[in-house]
Design a protein around this ligand. Structure first.
Ligand SMILES: Cc1ncc(COP(=O)(O)O)c(C=O)c1O
Length: 410
């Protein structure tokens, strides 16, 4: 079994270990919930203060031009591009993820006017299912959503399918899907591929270019660490950029917003996906988060992520054998950067762990989720988290009556 000393030496030789200092993290807390909300970085704090005190406080309305607020959607999109293997002018930052999925679904449906099916995973994040249904209802040509068991995708690919929308890393189990293989199969059926990268961006290396992805969207508040409610981003492959239409157009996606024309004329490229004013303060936080990411090699992130998740799974199985079912694939090629442990009393376990300083979260019906963000989670954190888990189970701390009632946010 790996000892605490061995974990400490893994941290000493870890090429990413210095990055932890970039985050304002309480050293007594073991934070394993970066798959839900990443922590505050010093650079985000600095950028937000600058945007608040100087750009807004002093610059006032002049900052739309002088501080580059207007260009933030493309400028930050270009900086996000590196995280998903996209090129310049292929990514835009705007809205939040669900809105961007709506826009990309709308665009994809128009590119396949003779087809009327959106295929998605019935275990997809509920917001994705809702927005797909919403977009289908908006069309006048009877588009329908077919929500399938994703393992049976091939059986559902036919000439009725306009677009397939899947989440690349499953939010419950942490299973990672085959980006390139699935995209290729969807293309063979003549359909378009839209990926939800909520649990992939900053968690696993992505290459939309070599996988020939058509569309993708993601959020920035999880592994990217851009703060609560942080903006979303959308990727559009260069081959579709002049073909798409923003089905929710607004003035800031117009080619000349200050001409105040009555008719929408789209800005070139991904800019047309912007609908309304950028959330400047939220974008400042993202800019700060990207200052950290600029220094990071995704291959190193992946190496450490797999080492952390392997260590966690091994220690749990050694210290509390048979207690949990590991829902996350053991196969590295199918694993994101989180570990999901199934347990009938999972909710109580997550609450009891929080009391002893280990933050994870719970997803119905029985999943304890633990996110391993390599920029700030240490090997020694993994060791200590499992020791505290053992302690919770031994004391029966998770079985207290108060944990039978769920809080609004689990
Ligand atoms: C897989 C997935 N898709 C979509 C969403 C919704 O994101 P937003 O609230 O930014 O629209 C989430 C949120 O956690 C998610 O995990």
């Amino acid at each position: 079994m790996t000892t605490r000393d061995e974990c400490q030496s893994l941290d000493e030789t870890d090429s990413l270990s210095a990055l932890r200092e970039e985050f304002l993290l309480d050293d007594r807390l073991i934070y394993l919930d970066g798959n839900s909300l990443g922590p505050l970085s010093r650079s985000s704090q600095r950028r937000v203060r600058q945007a608040l005190d100087v750009q807004w406080g002093e610059g006032l309305v002049r900052s739309w031009g002088e501080a580059g607020w207007m260009e933030q959607p493309e400028r930050l999109g270009d900086r996000m591009a590196r995280l998903i293997g996209a090129g310049p002018e292929e990514v835009v930052v705007a809205d939040t993820l669900t809105f961007l999925l709506a826009k990309l679904l709308g665009a994809a449906l128009e590119l396949r006017p003779e087809r009327s099916v959106i295929v998605t995973d019935r275990a997809n994040f509920h917001s994705d299912l809702y927005i797909a249904e919403g977009m289908a209802q908006l069309t006048s040509r009877g588009v329908r959503v077919v929500a399938i068991d994703r393992d049976s995708l091939d059986q559902h690919l036919n000439d009725e399918v306009a677009v397939v929308m899947l989440t690349h890393v499953d939010f419950r189990s942490g299973e990672m899907l085959d980006l390139e293989g699935i995209t290729a199969r969807v293309h063979e059926a003549g359909a378009l591929m839209l990926w939800d990268f909520a649990h992939s961006t900053g968690a696993v290396p992505l290459d939309v270019t070599s996988a020939q992805v058509d569309f993708a969207a993601g959020c920035t508040y999880k592994y990217v660490n851009a703060g609560p409610g942080g903006p979303g981003f959308a990727y559009v492959a260069p081959r579709w950029q002049s073909e798409i239409r923003n089905v929710l157009p607004g003035w800031l996606g117009h080619v000349a917003p200050f001409d105040f024309e009555g008719t929408f004329r789209p800005a070139p490229g991904v800019r047309q996906l912007v609908t309304s004013s950028p959330s400047v303060l939220a974008l400042a936080a993202l800019e700060g988060a990207l200052d950290v990411w600029d220094r990071v090699d995704m291959a190193e992130v992946r190496r450490k992520s797999l080492a952390l998740t392997d260590l966690f799974i091994d220690l749990v199985e050694e210290r509390v054998p048979g207690e949990f079912e590991v829902a996350t694939p053991l196969d590295h090629s199918r694993r994101g950067s989180q570990v999901a442990l199934r347990h009938q009393e999972g909710y109580g376990i997550i609450r009891a762990l929080a009391e002893v300083g280990v933050i994870g979260d719970f997803r119905d019906p029985d999943i304890c989720r633990f996110g391993f963000a390599p920029l700030y989670v240490r090997f020694v954190d993994v060791y200590d988290a499992v020791e505290r888990l053992v302690d919770v189970l031994e004391r029966g701390a998770h079985q207290r009556d108060e944990f039978r009632v769920r809080r609004a946010v689990t």
